[in-house]
Design a protein around this ligand. Structure first.
Ligand SMILES: N[C@@H](CCC(=O)N[C@@H](CS)C(=O)NCC(=O)O)C(=O)O
Length: 226
């Protein structure tokens, strides 16, 4: 199998965290330049990989390309069932998937805030303060749902699941790249984030310095404080 990825984006990072936690080392990792510069790629390279032009993409080695991070996590969970990172019972798996969906939605709404409000995206989008505010408010409300559904000590109880990978990839990115702290009314998430940040399998990715210096301080740039 081959994984096309880059190290620091919130969607790619989900898979990187999963591989590290699971101890999977036999998937070839191919690092792709980001931001995407299609003119630098071999002809149609990423389009062939994924019509959405997004990363990560998993080449399963048997004729299939998977271009959605959650589908990749679930696929890998079937190929590498131990240790189980989805859940033992139907209820357990449903809870993990529910948490995954909550933090996936939060990631999309955060993307709206960042795309419409951050200096780092100014070349790609005409900023809209109104859209940025909608994104920020919806992002915060999804985190509150995550707080209410959090089981502890991990997202879904006593073991690390794919929900921890999806949530961690988001919270870490939002904090480290954009300078957005966990909202004060989500103390369980804040505590979980602190604990996991210090665990052996989670080492912060290196962010491109030039982009980081533009991105950092999103609340101040948009005057939206959660
Ligand atoms: N829903 C997709 C989203 C993937 C995604 O948007 N990835 C970003 C990187 S973090 C990307 O490649 N964006 C392409 C672009 O902005 O041009 C997934 O879960 O894999």
């Amino acid at each position: 199998m081959k994984l096309y990825n880059f190290p620091w984006g919130p969607y790619p990072r989900r898979v990187a965290l999963y591989l590290a936690e699971k101890g999977i080392t036999d998937i070839e990792q191919i690092e792709v330049e980001f931001p995407h510069q299609p003119e630098l790629w071999p002809e149609n390279f990423l389009f062939k990989l994924n019509p959405a032009h997004s990363l990560p993409v998993l080449d399963t080695g048997n004729g299939m390309l998977i271009g959605q991070s959650i589908a990749i996590l679930e696929y890998l969970e079937e190929r590498y069932p131990f240790p189980n990172m989805l859940g033992e019972t139907s209820e357990d798996r449903a809870r993990t998937r529910e948490l995954v969906a909550i933090f996936d939605e939060a990631t999309s709404f955060f993307g709206l805030w960042a795309r419409q409000g951050s200096r780092v995206n100014a070349e790609r989008h005409t900023p809209s303060a109104e859209a940025a505010l909608i994104g920020a408010e919806r992002f915060a409300s999804k985190l509150r749902v995550g707080e209410a559904k959090f089981v502890g000590p991990f997202m879904n109880g006593s073991r690390h699941t794919i929900a921890d990978c999806v949530a961690m990839a988001l919270i870490e990115f939002v904090d480290q790249f954009y300078g957005v702290p966990v909202p004060a009314d989500c103390p369980k998430l804040a505590d979980w984030y602190l604990r996991l940040s210090n665990s052996a399998t989670i080492r912060s990715p290196r962010y491109p310095q030039e982009m980081l210096s533009l991105a950092y301080g999103l609340p101040e740039q948009t005057q939206i404080f959660l």
